[in-house]
Design a protein around this ligand. Structure first.
Ligand code: ZN
Length: 307
């Protein structure tokens, strides 16, 4: 586990189409100073709009996590956010020229591979770990999610679908290191049911979706000719989505998360309850295990100076 903050060592560019909008988008991940956190900058004509990657900036959880501010939005940030969290990157600025983060292969694997090729830079200041102090749970019918105190970052996810291709699947890990994330979570792709595609497209969703960037499940099986990457690929992808959403809390977690039939809205509700519950967490450094500050550390000036 990294104790000091890290950023990327150089600009990293990705191009591709958005899963839901189908729009061609280019993104540049830029190095950022200590304590900047993760911020998105959306370029529209000659304007630049800064949207910090925070829970409060989530504006929609319909089929993906969309963040926004003052009417400007960026959709499907979760796989990229998961890649940054999984690789233990604290500070980065992501310049986006379209409405949605590129889907690439539908996982975080392509982000992880290229970011690792370019490499990370260690910075001077300690990372701001979020130590959970109280157990918080959100329930919605037979779905639930719980976060509780723990000394590492642990996830226990279970999904259940009536379709025989998925059925009941789990992903469980009691210590998600960057190696575990890269090997066992990052490459798991998003998935969708062929029977729902027409309806989703009518509602402006899945317009860029295909077998190139999603596991497509038909009535009698998976349509992707290469098959699955893992037997429980769908549960692993739920863990990926969960990590990407939790990354919007703004720091590495010391917590155990248990979830059943979870999705983006349940994640958002859990995080909102967490940050609105008194003494539910504290921010610590692992260098000196004392309370640092209960305020989120964000510097708009730092973001503006880089872009
Ligand atoms: Zn996803």
């Amino acid at each position: 586990m990294k104790i000091l903050q890290h950023t990327v060592s150089d600009k990293i560019t990705f191009k591709g189409i958005g899963l839901h909008t189908g729009a061609e988008v280019k993104i540049d991940i830029l190095p950022a100073p200590e304590d900047t956190g993760i911020s998105f900058v959306k370029k529209e004509k000659d304007q630049k709009y800064i949207i910090k990657a925070t829970v409060e900036n989530i504006v929609s959880t319909l089929a993906a996590t969309t963040i926004g501010k003052n009417g400007t939005t960026i959709s499907t940030v979760e796989h990229l956010m998961a890649a940054l969290y999984g690789l233990e990157i604290d500070n980065a600025i992501i310049v986006v020229n379209g409405p949605e983060i590129p889907a690439l292969d539908g996982s975080a694997g392509v982000f992880v591979k290229k970011i690792k090729e370019v490499g990370l830079v260690q910075q001077q200041k300690p990372r701001h770990f979020i130590r959970i102090l109280k157990t918080i749970q959100i329930e919605d019918g037979d779905r639930y999610i719980r976060i509780e105190p723990y000394d590492n970052f642990a996830i226990n996810v279970e999904i259940q679908f009536a379709h025989s291709v998925i059925g009941k699947q789990q992903y469980i890990c009691n210590n998600i290191t960057s190696e575990e994330f890269e090997r066992n979570i990052s490459k798991a792709r998003t998935f969708g049911f062929l029977s729902q595609v027409a309806e989703m497209r009518k509602n402006g969703l899945a317009r860029g979706g295909s077998e190139k960037n999603a596991i497509v499940i038909g009535d009698s099986g998976i349509l992707n000719s290469e098959g699955l990457r893992f037997k429980n690929e769908m549960a692993r992808h739920k863990a990926l989505d969960l990590i990407g959403d939790l990354a919007l809390l703004g720091g590495p977690l010391l917590a155990k998360i248990t979830a059943r039939k979870n999705g983006h809205e349940l994640h958002r509700k859990l995080m909102m309850k967490l940050i609105n519950t008194d003494d539910a967490f504290k921010i610590i450094s692992l260098e000196s295990p004392f309370h640092i500050d209960n305020e989120w550390i964000w510097r708009d000036q730092a973001v503006a100076a880089v872009v």
